[in-house]
Design a protein around this ligand. Structure first.
Ligand SMILES: [Zn+2]
Length: 407
């Protein structure tokens, strides 16, 4: 029977909403929104969520599920390079057979906070794969490559994934950063993605050390971190910003999702405006790693901004409501009018754009996939209500037409 999900408020596209209506779902697809007067009980199987707000599921556009375990083992640190050195040591000494359990915990934390789609960075050649598929979460799966794992582009697991992309599982390639790949290797990864019709993502402009590295100024990556790599990366470029460098290499104008984008120059902003690269900001992760916040004045108004928690290796939590709260509080003084609506856009359709999934998810619209969440009402304004929501307020979560949680 056709399903109808009724709620006091339903968030609709373009920062609007309707009241006392229901979303109609046929199989896994949204087929309409109707008023409660049109709900004839014999035609629909009705789920009445009563005093709640129904909205598109959250898109956490950047997360490392496989690094959930690092939180217990990290020591206090003073700088980005100090942190990175710790992560390198921890990864070297950790028993990788424990990683799937860590992934499961990270998935639970994500789903509990209303996330229905993740942009997962997969760094262990598929140790996260089984738990992700089992959870039913929609995934843009960024397969990570560094200098030391460049040979993985020929391996069987990745080749199989290239053939198995579907609406719940979307493969992308993730060159880790400009400082963990030789220029030649980065070109090779881009060519691989192009030959396989796959989009990409990269950590870019994350730390001030990375900027100084690309600008060929003194930096702690070269001074303190590179000695830990099997070999020092070869950076074949004149001094430039990380974005200028990447944009120059990207001669075929491939779609690359840029993660972080901190400390941007005015020329960087011009490149973004012109080329419209999707950008995922991870504000709490930036502060956690002793960096400043991204340029919110720019990114709150940029068309392709998504939001990410990053991994538990560089954040207090991967609870997406915490990230939304934080962005909202910081955005209030920048966007005077309706910051709560814009933040919710970024957390849903904005994220979908950064993962190339905006045609199928991110809004409650006819013909989109039924990825929906609902929270108990905390305020008479449905948008503000979501800004105030906590994990315990999640009333329902549905991915691809299937109910994952119902309170
Ligand atoms: Zn990351």
């Amino acid at each position: 029977m056709i399903q109808a999900i009724k709620a006091k408020y339903i968030i609709t596209p373009n920062q609007s909403f309707v009241t006392d209506s229901a979303v109609i779902i046929k199989n896994n697809i949204i087929s309409g929104i109707i008023s409660h007067h049109q709900l004839a009980k014999n035609e629909y199987s009705v789920l009445d969520l009563k005093n709640s707000v129904l909205l598109p599921g959250f898109v956490n556009s950047h997360v490392h599920l496989e690094l959930q375990w690092t939180q217990k083992l990290l020591s206090p640190f003073q700088s980005f390079s100090d942190w990175l050195n710790q992560i390198i040591t921890l990864k070297k000494n950790f028993d990788n057979s424990k990683i799937p359990k860590s992934v499961k915990e990270a998935l639970d934390e994500s789903l509990d906070s209303g996330v229905t789609t993740i942009g997962e960075i997969s760094s262990y050649d598929g140790l996260d794969y089984k738990a992700i598929i089992k959870s039913g979460i929609r995934t843009a799966y960024f397969y990570e490559i560094t200098n030391s794992t460049i040979s993985n582009i020929d391996n069987k697991f990745l080749q199989n994934l290239l053939r198995n992309t579907n609406s719940l599982f979307n493969l992308k390639i993730f060159p880790h950063s400009i400082y963990s790949l030789d220029t030649k290797s980065l070109r090779k990864v881009l060519a691989f993605a192009r030959n396989n019709n796959t989009n990409l993502g990269i950590h870019l402009s994350e730390s001030i050390d990375e900027i100084n590295y690309a600008m060929k100024r003194k930096n702690n990556l070269e001074d303190e971190v590179f000695s830990r790599f099997p070999k020092k990366p070869k950076f074949d470029s004149s001094p430039s910003t990380p974005l200028e460098y990447l944009d120059k290499i990207n001669s075929f104008r491939q779609n690359i999702t840029l993660i972080h984008m901190n400390n941007l120059s005015s020329d960087d902003l011009k490149i973004l405006k012109k080329k419209q690269y999707p950008v995922v900001i991870c504000p709490r992760s930036n502060l956690y790693l002793n960096q400043k916040l991204p340029n919110l004045k720019f990114f709150m108004n940029y068309k392709k901004t998504g939001l990410g928690t990053d991994g538990l290796s560089s954040n207090i939590s991967i609870n997406f409501l915490d990230e939304i709260n934080f962005l909202y509080l910081n955005a209030k003084k920048i966007l005077v009018k309706n910051p709560e609506r814009r933040v919710l856009d970024i957390a849903t359709i904005g994220g979908a754009k950064t993962l190339g999934l905006d045609n199928s998810i991110g809004t409650i619209e006819v013909n989109k996939k039924a990825d929906l969440i609902a929270f108990d009402l905390k305020n008479k304004d449905p948008y503000l209500s979501v800004m105030h929501s906590k994990v315990k307020d999640l009333k329902m979560s549905m991915i691809n037409g299937k109910i994952i949680k119902l309170k």
